[in-house]
Design a protein around this ligand. Structure first.
Ligand code: B12
Length: 214
């Protein structure tokens, strides 16, 4: 069967073929320079990173390959960014986002960020290994609607709770919805740390965020 354009993009990223990945993305967005297509391309990138993750688990790829994959992905996002931007349109809500304290993984967080921006959210990205008080500070500063915490480490399943406790101590927990995301999060973790929702998939995460603000 013929691979479709989005599969070609996902596979090129999975195989770390930067040249083909950028060529396919370029051709796609030139042929159809719409937000919908850019959004689908972001999803294809997420799929490509899953392929990379699988190779890593099979010990086919090593840490250097992961870092290279993240670089390729960043170049791809830079190319798509102008088409994802919803400038001019009113923003539908504010999300304060960061990786959990102690967690340096940010590929999935960044995918969620791009998809949330594409959906019309204003996202304040605090980066990786974000201290609870940094979350609190930013939520107050921008009067956020939603807090997104990304975590890939088992350790993060506890430190996400530290962030939520800090929001409680600051007296602002009830002003925001809290979504935890990342491969290891589950409903049980959500209940334990006191989040409002969890997501292991950026697009369902964005859908939930939209439901909260609409
Ligand atoms: C890439 C990677 C790295 C890269 C990170 C690069 C970067 N800039 O992020 C590097 C090489 C730096 C790295 C380092 C480490 N890693 Co690492 N890494 C991975 C790997 C292979 C893939 C993760 C990834 O990016 N997946 C792809 C993305 C797209 O998926 P995702 O993050 O789940 O995101 C999706 C959803 O979950 C969701 N999502 C994510 N965040 C959010 C947030 C919100 C709000 C929402 C709504 C949704 C959402 O949207 C995304 C798209 O759908 C995983 C293994 C795996 N297969 O998962 C190990 C893995 C996570 N790493 C692991 C480990 C142990 C480490 C190190 C400690 C290794 C070491 N010994 O040095 C360090 C950690 C340092 C630290 N303090 O954080 C372990 C964790 C084990 C554990 N139980 O804790 C894993 C599981 C590998 C393994 N099997 O051992 N790692």
């Amino acid at each position: 069967m013929m691979e479709n354009k989005f599969e070609l993009i996902a596979n090129a990223l999975g195989e770390l073929d930067e040249e083909q990945f950028m060529e396919e993305l370029n051709a796609l967005i030139k042929a159809d320079p719409t937000e919908d297509t850019a959004n689908e391309a972001v999803k294809a990138c997420a799929k490509g990173m899953e392929i990379v993750g699988n190779y890593f688990e099979e010990e086919e790829y090593f840490v250097g390959d992961l870092i290279f994959a993240a670089d390729i992905l960043t170049n791809g996002f830079d190319l798509l960014a102008p088409y994802l931007a919803t400038d001019g349109g009113d923003k539908i809500g504010k999300i304060v986002l960061g990786s959990a304290p102690g967690d340096l993984h940010d590929i999935g967080k960044n995918i969620f960020m791009k998809m949330a921006e594409a959906a019309g959210f204003e996202v304040f990205d605090l980066g990786v290994d974000v201290a609870p008080e940094k979350f609190v500070e930013k939520v107050k500063e921008v009067n956020a609607d939603i807090v997104g915490i990304s975590g890939l480490l088992t350790l993060s399943l506890d430190t996400m709770g530290d962030v939520i406790n800090a929001l409680k101590e600051a007296g602002i927990r009830d002003n925001v919805k809290v979504m935890i995301g990342g491969n290891p999060v589950t409903e049980a973790v959500m209940l334990r740390v006191g989040a409002d929702a969890y997501s292991t998939n950026a697009s369902t995460g964005v859908k939930q965020c939209k439901e909260w603000v609409m």
